[in-house]
Design a protein around this ligand. Structure first.
Ligand code: PLP
Length: 421
């Protein structure tokens, strides 16, 4: 085995969700002919209309005189100009902005964007002061757990819980009495809509966070991987926020293009420039083939349209099935609470006072051929002990209608047995 640097060791750790994914792959492999219902996936479903859009854009690219230039040449680190232009035009028109091409950066997927930002804005300064990467509401995207080269810089805050006991629903809200965004904060990151909970911070909550951060010139990365205009996986009204210290970060992964790795950041030129330099050193630029088909899908308006007419209704129907099945099958006297399904492609279930841990519950679900993800992997940066961390499950909405219904029925049986043991 090679001798690794501290950083090498840090980056080689099998962090939370990767360990679970490894276990799931091994379970599926060793399962023989057992018919597992796998509701662990973060991969979006390949929807025929969406696939057709990407096929059409590809055909158009292949037939165009640009093709040789697109795949046969290096380009600018900031991104492929026709894609940047398409985004500037679309967003200026859609949201009444005054973006120029200096306000946009294209990255190989949005994960890389968080990696650049976490390490350009967070970590130790030249004078040795630690600047934190603040996650204002935990739980949040597990991928933030691996982005800091200085892991001690990552800090997350416990939320407030708004509980509707009669309806068996709940919702996380940022706890502004605890949240610290100060002169030692390097940047703030949160997902909206949220993976894993389906939460959508409301416009006021977002403004409050942005204002707190603006007081110290701290950039706020709003991870809009599920937000409008594409993939538009919001089931509740929300207004995307732009300007000032906000970096509006998008991804085409949930709009049918996870394999091509396209992330997009929109923000102040000075912030975009810092991230662009980081990218030049790391990988030069994102795939130009992916960028060229993305430019076509955005310029034609089809990506935004399909997001609203196909992608959003597809997952909205799935969350409705999960809600209806749990409402029917879960005993009303058990303290189970489903997070309000406001967006994204997951349901998030909280089993209050669960007599076993989330990982043990996950194992019991595997025994009845249902696979979900234990919730404790979705609290990166939250150091305090909190029993709630071991009481949640993430259920992917990528299953078929029937599988979702069957899986929720089995989950209700397991919950009954566990609480009443
Ligand atoms: N942010 C959130 C909230 C996500 O759910 C994901 C992927 O699942 C990502 C970022 C990373 O996506 P990508 O790097 O494919 O853009």
């Amino acid at each position: 085995n090679p001798v690794l640097s501290q950083l090498g060791v840090e980056m080689s750790r099998l962090s939370g969700v990767r360990a679970i994914m490894k276990d799931i792959i091994e379970t599926l492999r060793s399962g023989g002919d057992r018919a597992f219902i796998n509701l662990s996936a973060g991969n979006p479903v390949v929807l025929p209309e969406v696939e057709q859009l990407w096929r059409d854009c590809t055909a158009d690219l292949l037939a165009s005189p640009d093709y040789g230039d697109v795949v046969g040449r290096y380009g600018a680190s900031q991104g492929y100009q026709p894609l940047i232009d398409a985004i500037v035009e679309d967003f200026n028109q859609r949201y009444g902005l005054n973006l120029t091409d200096r306000n946009v950066l294209i990255t190989p997927g949005s994960q890389s964007l968080y990696f650049y930002a976490a390490n350009a804005f967070g970590g130790y300064t030249a004078t040795g002061a630690l600047r934190q990467i603040v996650l204002p509401l935990s739980p949040d995207y597990t991928g933030y757990g691996g982005v800091a080269l200085t892991p001690e810089a990552l800090i997350a805050y416990k939320p407030e819980l708004e509980i509707d006991r009669a309806a068996h629903r709940f919702k996380y809200r940022p706890d502004f009495s605890q949240l610290q965004i100060t002169e030692t904060t390097g940047c703030v990151i949160f997902s909206r809509p949220c993976n894993p909970t389906g939460n959508v911070l409301n416009d006021d909550e977002v403004s409050k966070i942005v204002t707190l951060a603006a007081a110290h010139d701290v950039p706020v990365l709003i991870d809009s991987a599920y937000a409008p205009p594409f993939p538009a996986l919001n089931f509740t009204e929300m207004t995307p926020k732009f300007g000032g210290n906000v970096l509006h970060c998008m991804s085409l992964s949930k709009a049918g293009l996870p394999g091509e790795r396209i992330g997009i950041a929109i923000g102040d030129e000075s912030l975009v420039h810092v991230l662009e330099c980081f990218q030049t050193n790391l990988c030069i630029h994102s795939s130009r083939y992916g960028q060229a088909i993305a430019a076509r899908a955005i310029r034609s308006g089809r990506l935004a349209e399909i997001s609203e007419t196909v992608i959003r209704p597809f997952y909205q129907q799935k969350i409705a099935i999960v809600e209806a099945t749990l409402d029917r099958e879960m005993p009303p006297d058990l303290p189970w609470f489903l997070h309000r399904g406001e967006g994204a492609i997951f349901a998030w279930l909280w089993l209050q006072d669960l007599p076993i841990t989330d990982s043990e519950f996950y194992q019991k679900l595997k025994d009845v051929d249902v696979i979900v993800v234990p919730g404790s992997t979705f609290f990166p940066g939250l150091r305090e002990d909190w029993s709630h961390k071991q009481q949640c499950l993430r259920i992917s909405l990528t299953g078929s209608d029937r599988d979702l219904e069957t899986a929720m029925q089995r989950l209700a049986q397991v919950a009954k047995a566990v609480y009443r043991a």
